[in-house]
Design a protein around this ligand. Structure first.
Ligand code: WTA
Length: 648
């Protein structure tokens, strides 16, 4: 914990929408009268039919139901595109920067309109209708945004799957939502390397054989050779040639689903987080405006991938709803060199830059020179998201990247929350490195103890949110019971975030990380149970337990304890084989960093694995294992300690 405080820079105090006083007043109003507050704020988007009911939400045990603006009718693509055309047709909507630094493009709002309509017509010609699910498995190219917006235009529900996921993971997601149409590219391109996206789709469809996939729409990106299955697969450019650039936006109810995004939890397979139309867009738009203090003409860049919620809310929907210029980057921070981010900032005169702590830490290790040799004169604001940012990385980001003139907004939120919930506002909030600071409008965080008692003042415990906000997820796709069980049963009547947190005497929140069996590896959320089930699927593995451990760059690394089948000998080769196996089963982001072969795992007499002990050993804190007397066989612990894997 750092005790430094950074005041709002004078320049920011002048230009920002809100100062501290205005923040406090607006926050008070938002929680005193949510109906009145959101009733006004809902007007920031256009409605075909206005709403008369603002908030209709209940966290009641067994009966959780969340509806915002429920009798309003609108369309997300209309709001992100068409309504801007009278004033912004020639303004750049999307700046695209390719993996190869010589490739970039600018797409105006008029061009965005035409491209999205064409894409929507291609989908419509393949019978995609309101409510149908469409899986999008694409690299970071403008067509990915067109595809999302085309679904929204038709009222179809998109499910974007990160391009780094394996065919198996993709198959599970296709099956879960029963999508009949998949949009992909021949290949992706990242850091100069090709990713066989279409081949992965073919493999996934073969695995999800119980789902009938009618159409695979393939955007040509690299020109690499792919198999096209006649009747099922179609080249996007050929289909797009046959349609017009006009397609009416389908009016949908505020609570009509906009997208499903799969995310990891502590148990079971990833769940389909469902977001809907009206409340989601109002919240994404409002947070984008205030958190990034977005003003007319600003160039805004969020480095996330559209496969994650950050890409949904803060590359596509929030910025475009606000008529912003949003930058989409296909590549990676260290290709071709460690200066890439800063060169892109100079090339496109980026004013607002939003990235993840893991990228900051990796670039920090490369030293100051790759940063300082660039200008970055256009930069005004820096943002951080995805995991706790350690004060050292915060200070470096502030001093070296932002030259002490750019505030940092450390934004805490989740796939489930749809938008940012705890964050500084650059003109209003004094910053403390490592703290996400204060709640956004309408958000009521509470810190509770293990029994659910609400703690007051400076305290530490688990983070819950006491009442609904418009961007909140509505359900787990196809499984409302699981939704209620996962988020509303631990502390009945409250939304449980799964995060631990401390609140200081100034009322600032410090997120300390997950308190469940979710780990956060390079800002990617991973369920330990998913990695375990991939490991035990290997024929030589009898049992596996996975925990996180502190990792200098990734935040957390993946530590796997593996018990082999009788008669199988541990070896370095087997270790490599298991790492590759998990990469293939889930994707490279799930590769275990360390594997320890363990003849036995610490279990209670009833057979439950004691993860607390495994976590401590992985963290090298084995002097502090706590009570081990309830173990069925306490001697396994000594063996685990003596064979623990070296972190360096
Ligand atoms: C963590 C990403 C600390 C947290 C938007 C949360 C953070 C999980 C922060 C959600 C932050 C996200 N400080 N921790 N600023 N932002 N987290 O669903 O543990 O991929 O529960 O959403 O990331 O990850 P998800």
């Amino acid at each position: 914990m750092s005790d430094k405080i950074y005041d709002v820079p004078a320049e920011w105090a002048k230009r920002a929408f809100l100062d501290d006083h205005a923040y406090r007043a607006k926050y008070e109003a938002s929680v005193r009268d949510p109906e009145g507050f959101w009733g006004e704020e809902g007007k920031r988007i256009e409605w075909f039919e206005p709403y008369t009911i603002v908030k209709n939400t209940s966290y009641a045990p067994g009966n959780v139901s969340i509806k915002w603006f429920e009798d309003g009718v609108t369309n997300v693509a209309w709001n992100c595109i068409d309504r801007h055309l009278p004033t912004r047709a020639d303004q750049v909507a999307i700046i695209w920067e390719g993996d190869d630094p010589s490739q970039s493009r600018s797409i105006t709002y008029q061009e965005l309109h035409d491209e999205v309509c064409r894409f929507a017509n291609v989908l419509r010609n393949r019978n995609v209708e309101k409510g149908d699910r469409v899986t999008i498995y694409m690299p970071m190219i403008p067509e990915a945004a067109y595809a999302m917006l085309a679904c929204a235009r038709l009222g179809a529900i998109h499910s974007v799957v990160f391009g780094g996921f394996s065919p198996d993971s993709l198959a599970g997601r296709i099956r879960d939502c029963g999508s009949k149409v998949i949009i992909t590219t021949d290949e992706g391109l990242r850091g100069g390397r090709k990713v066989p996206l279409k081949a992965n789709v073919d493999a996934a469809i073969a695995k999800a054989s119980d789902v009938e996939v009618d159409h695979v729409i393939v955007v040509k990106r690299t020109g690499g050779s792919v198999d096209m299955k006649p009747g099922r697969d179609v080249w996007y450019h050929e289909a797009a040639d046959l349609v017009t650039s006009e397609c009416p936006a389908v009016p949908v109810e505020a609570e009509h689903p906009l997208f499903i995004l799969y995310t990891s939890g502590s148990t079971g397979l990833p769940k389909g987080v469902l977001h809907t139309t009206g409340g989601y867009l109002v919240y994404a738009s409002m947070t984008h405006q205030y958190v990034f203090d977005y003003h007319e003409g600003d160039v805004y860049w969020c480095t996330a991938d559209i496969g994650w919620v950050t890409g949904h809310s803060y590359i596509v929907y929030g910025p475009l709803a606000n008529g912003a210029t949003t930058l989409m980057f296909e590549g990676v921070p260290n290709y071709p060199t460690n200066s890439r981010f800063w060169e892109v900032i100079d090339k496109h005169k980026v004013n607002i830059f939003y990235t993840a702590p893991t990228a900051i830490r990796a670039l920090m290790q490369a030293g100051d020179e790759p940063v300082t040799k660039t200008s970055r004169a256009s930069l005004r604001l820096l943002g951080s998201v995805g995991e706790p940012i350690n004060p050292e990385a915060w200070e470096w980001y502030h001093r070296v990247v932002g030259e002490e003139r750019c505030p940092i907004v450390d934004t805490w939120w989740q796939t489930e929350t749809g938008g940012i919930l705890i964050t500084p506002l650059p003109g209003a909030t004094r910053l403390k490195p490592g703290s996400a600071t204060r709640p956004f409008f309408g958000v009521i965080p509470q810190v509770v103890d293990a029994e659910g008692g609400v703690l007051e003042g400076a305290c530490e415990g688990n983070l819950v949110i006491a009442d609904s906000w418009p961007g909140q997820m509505r359900t787990v796709y196809g499984d409302h019971e699981r939704f209620m069980q996962t988020y509303f049963s631990t502390y009945p009547g409250k939304y449980f975030t799964g995060d631990g947190c401390r609140r200081d005497a100034d009322g600032y929140y410090w997120i300390t990380g997950r308190v469940d069996d979710v780990i956060n590896v390079s800002g990617h959320r991973m369920g330990t149970a998913e990695v375990e089930s991939a490991l035990v699927a290997h024929p030589k593995v009898s049992e596996a337990a996975v925990v996180g451990y502190p990792h200098d760059i990734k935040g957390q690394g993946i530590y796997a304890y593996v018990t082999l089948m009788d008669g199988v000998e541990p070896s370095e080769d087997l270790r490599k084989e298991l790492v590759n196996w998990v990469r293939r089963e889930i994707g490279p982001i799930a590769s275990p960093d360390l594997i320890q072969f363990a003849p036995g795992l610490p279990k209670t007499r009833s057979g439950k694995i004691m993860r607390r002990i495994l976590r401590k050993i992985a963290e090298d804190e084995f002097g502090n294992l706590g009570d081990t007397s309830t173990l069925a066989d306490p001697t396994v612990v000594d063996d685990l300690i003596s064979h623990r894997q070296n972190k360096k």
